[in-house]
Design a binder for this molecule. Structure first.
Ligand SMILES: Nc1ncnc2c1ncn2[C@@H]1O[C@H](COP(=O)(O)OP(=O)(O)OP(=O)(O)O)[C@@H](O)[C@H]1O
Ligand SMILES: [Mg+2]
Length: 264
């Protein structure tokens, strides 16, 4: 990561809503082409960070710099960022193709090629055969692929994901993980990815940001977080939870092995 350019720098971000401080002292950067996960319990401020990054929420203090330019007050459409939500947020009355085309048609520079680009993006997520269907006829995983294609179609250099897999079953999540990493490689997109799932964060990320209660505890590579958790919180929330999963899996595999032995 060291040789990569810095894509985003967040300086001293603070968000106060009503009388409540939601985020404080939030400082981090994201490298060009990096996959950064934001990991933390419910209510800790993950979505609030994304809302500030994409321009849906004006922060109380601090700045967001992208490619060296202060975008803290820029309109969402001028930021070159896309977002993918947990609930897909597709238009039910439009076909899959029309969903992907929709925003392109609003852009006068891309309107003429909108169909071509939309088909290309549907191909990239393996859904060209479903172009004419309504979203409700697709599985959850397929609908999320449509949402990803729709975001990619606008050619953002940064995509924000807010728990995009949490409504999907385990098998679909595993497949989508690989697909997402492949898309990132193909398009060179910087990805910031919110998840509750430690294992998902460790499997996918170049670096992980561990948050709690509006502050960042650690931002580091998965390896360093395991080897050197910054404090007790990180040790408990991330390392301990992962260890529990590994322990329960290894217990399960012992049972299987024993079962096999007794069958012989
Ligand atoms: N519009 C708002 N007004 C007041 N408080 C808010 C508002 N939006 C969010 N909050 C509060 O800000 C805190 C952080 O919310 P946020 O949605 O960023 O959490 P999160 O980490 O994304 O949680 P989850 O994992 O459940 O999605 C929460 O305590 C929430 O109640
Ligand atoms: Mg959230």
């Amino acid at each position: 990561m060291e040789n990569q350019n810095t894509k985003i720098v967040v300086n001293d971000l603070k968000v106060v809503l009503g009388r409540k401080t939601i985020l404080e002292n939030i400082n981090f950067d994201v490298k060009d082409g990096e996959f950064l996960s934001i990991l933390g319990p419910s209510g800790c401020g993950k979505t609030t960070i994304l809302r500030v990054l994409i321009g849906l929420l004006n922060p109380t203090g601090g700045t967001v710099i992208k490619d060296g330019v202060d975008i803290t007050k820029a309109a969402p459409s001028k930021r070159g960022m896309g977002i993918v939500f947990q609930n897909y947020a597709l238009f039910e009355n439009m076909t899959v193709l029309k969903n992907v085309e929709y925003a392109l048609r609003l852009d006068k520079n891309r309107k003429a090629q909108s169909r071509e680009i939309a088909m290309e993006m549907l191909k990239a997520v393996g859904l060209e055969a479903h172009a004419k269907k309504k979203p409700s006829r697709l599985s959850g995983g397929q609908q999320q692929r449509v949402a990803i294609a729709r975001t990619l179609a606008l050619n953002p250099d940064v995509i924000l994901f807010d728990e995009p897999m949490s409504a999907l079953d385990v098998d679909t999540r595993m497949i989508l993980r690989d697909e997402l990493k492949a898309l990132q490689k193909r398009f060179g997109t910087t990805m910031i990815y919110i998840t509750h799932d430690q294992e998902e964060a460790f499997a996918m990320s170049d670096r992980i940001m561990v948050m709690d209660n509006g502050v960042i505890h650690q931002i580091d590579t998965p390896e360093n977080i395991i080897k050197n958790p910054a404090n007790d919180y990180v040790r408990r929330f991330v390392v301990h939870n992962l260890q529990l999963k590994i322990d329960s899996l290894s217990r399960f595999s012992t049972v299987c092995v024993k079962g096999d032995e007794s069958a012989q």
